[in-house]
Design a protein around this ligand. Structure first.
Ligand SMILES: NC(=O)c1ccc[n+]([C@@H]2O[C@H](COP(=O)([O-])OP(=O)(O)OC[C@H]3O[C@@H](n4cnc5c(N)ncnc54)[C@H](OP(=O)(O)O)[C@@H]3O)[C@@H](O)[C@H]2O)c1
Length: 286
């Protein structure tokens, strides 16, 4: 049995759809905190198990001996260490055969705030003794392409990343395909994959391509980290999130999200999706 947590999210949905195309539905289970959100999968024959990362008791029956599990990192930044530890503990008690985790590009070398919870989770998972796979995901194209409409409405794509800094993003679908490859293939136990796009882009290139596809200018609003912080605070973002977002752009300035190892295209057996294709999707929804 292959079990996917976070299956009701955007990445999880793509993973489950990919699995359904490759293995019998009776061999797939999803873990969702809101079982109603996973009903669509249930109707297709996928087993739906209800559990919340924040509720260890609910996780006690989420996994079974010998299963291959994908832990999709939670979306509640700041709460993820105890949440992920609870999932690892439950997986260990159940005796799962493999636990794959969606971590962050660079792993221990990613020294920025957003990476901290991933680093602690990675260590905890490795120390658990469960055969593991670290899927160290770089940025999704969609982080930027789904924000094109908002960027247009607010005067441009806001960044405090340095001029010329590069991002080697890939599409969510690429990262989902990598997870499917690991869950359906053999020989991945205790592997650490650095997953990113084959090509890196600069913010100048991104906004130029978006402007070309939009038929009007998408300005690049490059600001200092201090100004960036002020704009995000002024927009009402939670105080804890602001340094995380500004810190992520600082990491981009230092090249930490531009790492390219080729692991992603090797795992999925094809080149990663060009950012221009994801921009086209983003432009369609503007
Ligand atoms: N690499 C990147 O660029 C990037 C960007 C954004 C996020 N991420 C990370 O990658 C993860 C997957 O991305 P995504 O786009 O699929 O995010 P998403 O759509 O927000 O999905 C997050 C999933 O985690 C589930 N979840 C959150 N808290 C949970 C809890 N306490 N118990 C059980 N399930 C919980 C959500 O359940 P519900 O459906 O019930 O909310 C959802 O299924 C994110 O959670 C985040 O850690 C990476």
């Amino acid at each position: 049995m292959i079990v996917v947590t976070g299956a009701t999210g955007k990445l999880g949905t793509l993973v489950v759809e990919g699995l359904i195309n490759q293995v019998p539905v009776e061999e797939i289970a999803v873990v969702a905190r809101d079982a109603a959100k996973a009903r669509r999968f249930g109707e297709l024959g996928v087993e739906v198990r209800q559990a919340d990362y924040s509720d260890p008791a609910s996780l006690a029956d989420a996994f079974r001996e010998g299963e291959k599990v994908l832990l999709i990192s939670g979306s509640e930044v700041g709460q993820r260490v105890p949440q992920h530890k609870a999932v690892v503990d439950a997986a260990k008690s159940a005796g799962v055969a493999l636990l794959a985790y969606t971590s962050i590009l660079g792993g221990p070398a990613a020294d920025f705030e957003l990476a901290r919870e991933h680093q602690i989770t990675e260590r905890y998972l490795i120390d658990s003794g469960i055969p593991y796979v670290l899927l160290r995901n770089g940025w999704y194209h969609e982080v930027y392409t789904e924000a094109i409409g908002q960027a247009l409405a607010t005067g441009g794509l806001l960044t405090s990343a340095a001029e010329g800094a590069e991002v080697a993003s890939a599409s969510r679908a690429d990262f989902a395909a990598a997870a499917v490859a690991v869950l359906t293939g053999d020989g991945h136990a205790n592997a650490e994959y650095e997953l990113s796009g084959d090509r890196a882009w600069t913010f100048e290139e991104f906004t130029a391509e978006a402007s070309r596809q939009l038929g009007k200018e998408l300005p690049l609003n490059r600001v200092t980290p201090e100004v960036h912080r002020g704009i995000l605070e002024g927009a009402g973002l939670p105080g804890t999130l602001v340094p995380i977002l500004v810190g992520a752009d600082d990491a981009i300035s230092r090249g930490l999200l531009a790492t390219r190892t080729g692991d992603l295209s090797r795992l999925i057996g094809r080149p990663t999706t060009p950012v221009a294709e994801a921009i086209a999707q983003g432009v369609k929804s503007v």
